[in-house]
Structure formats: C-alpha cells, structure tokens
Design a protein around this ligand. Sequence first.
Ligand SMILES: Cc1cc2nc3c(=O)[nH]c(=O)nc-3n(C[C@H](O)[C@H](O)[C@H](O)COP(=O)(O)O)c2cc1C
Length: 397
Amino acid sequence: MNSLTNKHIILGVSGSISAYKAPDIVRRLQDLGAQVKVILTKGGAKFITELSLQSISKNKVHYNLWDEDAKLGMEHIELAKWVDAILIAPASANTIANIALGKANDLLSSVILVSDTPLLIAPAMNLKMYQSHALQDNLSTLISRHIIIIKPESGEQACGDVGIGRLAEPLSIAKQTASQFINTKLTGKKVLITLGATIEAIDPVRFISNHSSGKMGMALVNACIEMGASVTCIYGNITTILNPKSNNIPIISAQQMHTKVMDNITGQDIFIACAAVSDFFVKNAKNQKIKKDGKNLILELLPNKDILADVCKLKEKPICIGFAAETQNTLKKAKKKLKNKGCDAIILNDVSNAYFGFNVDENEVVFLSQNLNKKIAKKSKKKVAKKILEIFIKECL
Ligand SMILES: Cc1cc2nc3c(=O)[nH]c(=O)nc-3n(C[C@H](O)[C@H](O)[C@H](O)COP(=O)(O)O)c2cc1C
C-alpha cells in the first residue's frame, strides 16, 4: 500500500478547466497521510477559489511571489525547505512551458527551481494543445530532467472534443505521488526517540553531563521519517540540527526526560532510547553559585530513574530498543542490559574507541537481540541508522 504518512506535498494548481478537480486531489493526498499546501498560479485562480483550496487543505494557499508577510519575503525558499514532493495537477501548457524554460516568474516556478525534491506533472488540456509539437517537446525536456509526467487520459473533453488530454483521476495522481517514496514496515508507525546528553545541575552555572552530541539519535529520527514513521523526538543537549518533521520536545535533566517520555509514550509503537542519560543527579543542587572557600566540596549523587526500564515495564509497552555505551566488557554488559531491562534489542556502542560513538560522524555498533548478535561495521551514522532499522524491521516487527 502506497503511503504519504508524514510527507509534505505542494500541489501546484494551474490554469486548466480541470482545476475544479484540485480539491479532490488534495483529499486523496491527505487520505494517504500527506500534509498539503497549495500554490495557485494566476491562471489557476481563474478556475478555482483560494477559499475552497484553503478549506480543504487546511493551510493557507500560496500564490504571491511578492508576499511581504512571508518570512523575510522569501516564501519560495521557505516552501522549498518544507516540501518533500511537488505535484502540479492540473498542469497547463503554459506552466509546463515555463518549467521547461526554467523560468522563475511566479511563485510555483520559483519554488520548483529552488527545490531538489521529486516533481510530478499531470498535464490537462485540449487534445490539439496536448499533441502540439511545442508541448510534446517541452514534456520531453522535462522527462530528460527526471521529472515524472502523469499521463492524461483519453475521453470527452470540456470543449466537446474527444481524445487524449483529460486530467488523470485524482486517486491515481495521489497514488503515483506516493510511489515516489519508500514504503517500509515503519510506514505509519509511531516512534518515540530520545537523544542527546542530559544535564544535571550542581548550581546555576555548573553541571554534570557527558559527550553525547545527539548525532546517532538524530540519524535515527531522520531515517524513521524517511521510512514513513511519525516521530516524537525528546532531546537533551545536542550539537546537531533538529528535523522539523518530528515533534521535537526539549528537556534538560534526566528527570525531565523521564517525565516527557512517560507523558508521550501512550500509543507509541516503538521506543528508541538513544539519549545519554545521566545515571545520577546531584542531591541538593544549589540555587545560588557555590563559592570556593578553600575547603573540599563533596557532591552527593543520587540515582536517576531508569527511563528504558520503566518503559519496558509498562503494561502496554512499545517495542523497545536501548543503546548501551560501554568502555569495557562491552558485549557482556550489553547482554546483561538486554536481559535486565526487558527490552527487545540493544545497540552496543563501544565508546572506549575515540573514533566511534560520542560526538563523531561515524559509528560502529553491535545489534543485540535475543536471537541475534550482529556487528554493523564502521560507517557514517546515517548509514548505521538505516542498517539498525533494517535489522530491527526484520527481527522485531
Ligand atoms: C476557459 C478556458 C479554459 C482553459 N483550459 C485550459 C486547459 O485545460 N489547459 C491548458 O493548458 N490551458 C487552458 N487554458 C489556457 C490557460 O488558462 C492559459 O494559458 C493561462 O495563461 C495559464 O496560466 P498558468 O499556466 O499560469 O496557470 C484555458 C483558458 C480558458 C479561457
């Protein structure tokens, strides 16, 4: 089954009589799980109102390249950052010519030039227009640029002529759009991922933390989203960029992370505990900066609650993957963690080696489950994340 779960689609509606079908296309895309924003061309606005498309898409309709209310006036850049695929349906002969020429004379053509996402075009026009050399040459140019053409259908046209040029059916258009994305067993699943380092205050200016950058967890967030999952990301101190497509919840301490995980765990299918959570917090952390007075300062540390173990104990527990960062007897300790916490898999990270693990871009891990002990050799965290999920899908789903 094709799915657009989590996907952001821009629907460009241009000046064809079949623009009246655009709300139906929006609905079919939404049925497959997409969020849809519409860009209406000048011609498109002659055939369908902004209000109908706004009501159906539940998003503001965009049409003005010169919108002064847009963020820094650069709506074409903002939309290009947001979008996963652009679909033009119906695509008029004029809009197709604009794209073939690489013009940037309106919002739609400008977004297309800025964006590097898949572009699908569903032409709709009179059969003579469709068969014209100019239009066919333009379509060939688009195909040579790997733009996907959704073929029009044959039949009776609005003008009374019979032949090719009728807009393809909305459901077929939506399905062809969905087929641009990988669908996996993660598609439609809800995944909660923790990542980054927690911070345990000593006083308002000092803290205890660790070297975690959040890069491995973020690679998992990105890979899950790419595979069609809905991701909630609970993050501590990180040195990496958040994915705007996940529900991002910041925390500082381990106690806050525990609370936010428990607040959000109901209904999740999968829990990935990738955060480097402090095992201890400082008893009686001070509200004012501690002053030196020549004497020793003794901090008493108390154990934090174990987030992974507590999630694993839930009556309706999601499938749980934990991370174990170890420096010695790594395999033995990771196996013990898998058993004691009752989780479904453990990803073992040997952090005694400075080249992998914390705060670097590459990693080498071992995927451990009850029946499997599989090494994932050194590669980028992006590739390691994909490999972990591939094995997880095979072993645990
Ligand atoms: C009543 C009417 C129907 C039209 N239907 C189509 C059509 O189905 N396909 C098409 O390519 N152009 C059609 N056109 C011409 C386009 O609307 C025109 O080329 C316009 O400039 C397209 O603008 P746009 O590409 O910016 O949306 C039609 C024009 C009129 C007046």
